[in-house]
Design a protein around this ligand. Structure first.
Ligand code: ASP
Ligand code: MG
Length: 403
């Protein structure tokens, strides 16, 4: 049996009919060379955003079920058009919605998790020599409702399908050439990686490097699927995302990112007793308030200061929760700073190198940039800084590590 190749084309790659025809021509080459091709596509261009706007015009708070029903239509347009474009090139193609390949998810609308994919229909189309085209981002729950995997979720659809089919590689075609040492739109001297590890990519995705959907990288790591992030506009190879043992030249720092649109919440007089942090962060999690950096001070007179960062869009929910929490625990002071960014350096080499934090802090100090919070993991150091310093900090740290 010929190898199965799974490819994913993002919204910009299928942004208009000319681009869809280009994608079809690219797929034809793989098909003609005898490979079995399974393609996952996103909605065309900004379709999904436009659908969100449309929904908001009829209801400012639409239910998540109906939202998924609406948003999933974007991908149905692109899969059928791509199949038609292939047919025009005399390549037999067959498009499938998530439901049609039984991409089963849990029932969490707008952020559903994949539970199972039935490969029967894909295999039967492949065995007839067809190119299979699957709608990204969508699935179906056990009750037959259409669900979506969260914005940007087509990457995750593609990797899950690659895993189920046992494909060795999943090509992610996008509008960037690969994964860089920093966002190339912000840092002109940023360099493209030939290879990067899943761990690094996971940190970079969640840090706002914005190339891949975070969950797609987790899945790729779990099922050992090599990701090839590359441009759909030319033939150059991009960046391979692989397991650590496959990376030959290990670098200490592989990337610097800055996450904007963040806020910091500080609770100044939290009682110093067991269970309080557990209570606070469980109710935040229960309301889907995303929390990133957390810092707690040493206790003073039976009270602690707890600060955490959250995306700005979660601030309203966080405030409502904290008002209640403050009432119950006699807390008098909660402050919110909505103008912060999180600057991070990432690299697997940090595991075995000391002094990276010091170098990062030095670069910031030389530029008079104050660090407001610090958090570290085995392969990442993050500093919370003022929004206004984000650009300067990114450049300073990127050049400090000679990236
Ligand atoms: N069309 C969806 C979105 O815009 C899914 C994707 O592009 O991956 O979020
Ligand atoms: Mg995307």
């Amino acid at each position: 049996m010929p190898d199965i190749i799974v490819q994913k084309y993002g919204g910009t790659s299928v942004g208009d009919t000319e681009k869809i025809k280009n994608v079809a021509r690219r797929i034809k080459k793989y098909h003609d060379s005898g490979q079995r091709v399974v393609v996952v596509v996103s909605a065309m261009g900004h379709t999904t955003d436009e659908l969100v706007e449309l929904a908001n015009k009829v209801n400012p708070k639409p239910s998540r079920r109906e939202m998924d029903m609406l948003l999933s239509t974007g991908e149905q347009v692109s899969i059928s058009l791509l199949a038609m474009a292939l047919e025009a090139l005399e390549i037999p193609a067959h498009s499938f919605t998530g439901a049609q390949i039984k991409l089963l998810t849990d029932g969490k609308f707008s952020n559903a998790k994949i539970e199972m994919i039935d490969r029967t229909n894909i295999d039967s189309a492949l065995s007839k020599g067809k190119v299979v085209i699957v709608a990204g981002f969508q699935g179906i729950d056990r009750d037959g409702n259409i669900t979506t995997l969260g914005r940007g979720g087509s990457d995750t659809s593609a990797v899950a399908i690659a895993a189920v089919l046992g494909a060795k590689e999943c090509e992610i075609f996008t509008d960037v050439d690969g994964v860089y040492t920093a966002d190339p739109n912000k840092v002109k001297s940023a360099k493209k990686h030939k290879m990067i590890t899943y761990e690094e990519m996971l940190e970079l995705a969640s840090l706002g490097a914005g190339v891949l959907h975070g969950r797609s990288v987790e899945l790729a790591k779990k099922y050992d699927v090599v990701l090839h992030v590359r441009s759909s506009f030319h033939e150059n190879t991009g960046t391979l995302v692989v397991s650590e043992d496959k990376v030959l030249e290990k670098v200490i720092v592989s990337g610097v990112t800055v996450k904007s649109d963040q806020a910091r919440v500080t609770i100044l007089d939290v009682p110093d007793k067991p269970g309080i942090a557990a209570e606070l962060f469980s109710i935040l999690a229960g309301s889907d308030v995303f929390v990133d950096v957390i810092v707690q001070s040493s206790p003073y007179k039976g009270r602690n200061t707890i600060s955490f960062t959250t995306p700005r869009e979660n601030v309203a929910d966080a405030k409502t929760i904290l008002e209640k929490f403050a009432g119950v625990h006699n807390i008098t002071s909660v402050e919110v700073d909505e103008k912060i960014s999180i600057l991070s350096v990432v690299g697997v080499g940090m595991k075995s190198h000391v002094g990276i934090a010091a170098d990062m802090f030095k670069a910031l100090a030389q530029n008079q940039i104050n660090i407001e919070m610090i958090s570290t993991s085995e392969i990442k150091i993050s500093c919370v800084i003022k929004d206004e310093h984000a650009q300067a900090a990114l450049h300073a740290v990127h050049s400090a590590f000679n990236l």
